[in-house]
Design a binder for this molecule. Structure first.
Ligand code: ZN
Length: 423
């Protein structure tokens, strides 16, 4: 496809049409209320959430694409100046509210951008998305796949969300006298909370800005900001720490925390006296589906509930599509692996010869999430053997630390921006 025609989740470069997959911050970097480079295509739910995310944005720039629909867009080639007809199909990404994949087809070939997605083709919603995608392709070869590679490593293996959601319900039901806190981010995991509310016939507390989002999504009756109405609270992720839980159990009464996440958390005992108790990867739990609900600490559980595809689901999609070329869209993730590393043999050509894909390949050596003394959030970093990687990791730790600090400052004020993705 010609340069300068289409941008997906990229906002700085000149383009004739811009496409937003969803509103998580790592996909909107460069967007602001002053942005006005061109028409911005998105799903109906993203359109609904957009004004609260970017107050003051020129909403006349937004173009809504219905999920499951195929639309034609006329653009002009930057090189030949000829008109190019682009057919774009919008597919439910099964990730967070409003998240979609985009399939672009035309004389230039076919390109699929998954954005963040959960494949989960066994579910009704996942099956519908698969049907839309396969019908739109109609047997045509996929030339390029840009895929969510957040968990593109065989170590990341977790069950369908329906199973994980039941585990959350079972844990809450088995603690009838406890207060419960569930860690969530600014967008995502709504289906889990709704399932918990319906299964237990309860309301769930959320913070005021999150309640506004729930109202926009049509879930207003289920959620409340009145702590007297429920014992279950959904809290920002950086508030669900061991320190917080210990304090709550000491001051307020019995409380447990639940982390819904695709990462297999454990308690790291290293430097325990110096650093306090930390949450880290427990390697013994990797690739173990049977332990998708685990007690990390006497007050804390981890459930393998993720809005991203696990390794097997990534493999399933690539096996079905067998794209000629592909590239992971998550290049700065703490668990980044180029999908070509594992699935290059499924591509129509030997993409391993493509320097743009092979040079960025890296492998997860270790992943650790630390609860440091200086703040109550989560600090995510690699623990690799290479010296150069260590320098990069330290840099990433600093960025993460600043981001958490920023979140805490904003949380004490009036607004929390969409600054984090749900893993
Ligand atoms: Zn996301």
């Amino acid at each position: 496809m010609d340069q300068g025609l289409i941008s997906v989740d990229k906002w700085g470069q000149p383009s004739q049409a811009y496409f937003l997959t969803h509103l998580h911050a790592d996909h909107t970097q460069g967007l602001s209320r002053r942005w006005k480079k061109g028409p911005l295509f998105c799903s109906p739910i993203t359109r609904k959430l957009f004004p609260a995310t970017f107050p003051g944005f020129d909403l006349s720039l937004l173009r809504v694409l219905e999920i499951g629909s195929t639309s034609s867009i006329r653009l002009v080639s930057e090189t030949s100046r000829k008109e190019i007809l682009v057919e774009v199909t919008t597919i439910d990404a099964n990730h967070c509210p409003g998240a979609v994949m985009y399939l672009f087809q035309g004389e230039f070939g076919s390109f699929l951008f998954t954005g963040d997605f959960r494949w989960d083709a066994e579910s009704q919603r996942g099956q519908q998305g698969k049907d839309v995608l396969m019908n739109a392709l109609n047997g045509r070869k996929l030339d390029f796949l840009y895929i969510d590679n957040t968990y593109c490593n065989p170590s990341f293996c977790f069950p369908p969300r329906a199973i994980a959601a039941k585990q959350v319900v079972d844990i809450i039901a088995s603690h009838p006298l406890h207060d419960i806190i569930i860690s969530i981010s600014n967008l995502g995991k709504e289906d889990l909370l709704v399932h918990v509310a319906h299964a237990l016939n309860i309301k769930i507390w959320v913070w005021p800005e999150r309640l506004q989002t729930m109202h926009l999504l049509g879930y207003g009756d289920i959620f409340t900001k009145d702590t007297g109405l429920t014992r279950v609270r959904a809290v920002p992720r950086y508030n669900c720490t061991i320190d917080t839980l210990v304090t709550l159990n000491t001051v307020k009464g019995p409380t447990i925390g639940i982390i819904p996440s695709g990462l297999p958390w454990g308690i790291c005992s290293k430097n325990k006296q110096k650093q306090g108790q930390r949450i880290c990867i427990d390697k013994s739990q990797l690739a173990d589906n049977s332990s998708s609900a685990r007690m990390l600490h006497q007050y804390l559980y981890c459930i393998s509930y993720s809005d991203h595809s696990c390794f097997n689901e990534i493999q399933e999609l690539i096996t079905i599509l067998r794209p000629t070329r592909m590239r992971g869209i998550v290049s700065s993730s703490f668990c980044y692996v180029n999908p070509v590393r594992y699935f290059g043999q499924l591509c129509g050509t030997n993409q391993n010869n493509d320097p743009s894909s092979s040079t960025s390949t890296s492998e997860v050596k270790d992943v650790e999430v630390r609860q440091a003394d200086s703040f109550s959030g989560w600090d995510v970093f690699h623990r690799e053997t290479e010296t150069s990687a260590t320098a990069a990791n330290l840099s990433y730790r600093s960025v993460k630390r600043r981001r958490v600090s920023q979140l805490r400052r904003e949380r004490s004020g009036a607004k929390i921006a969409y600054t984090d993705d749900d893993n």
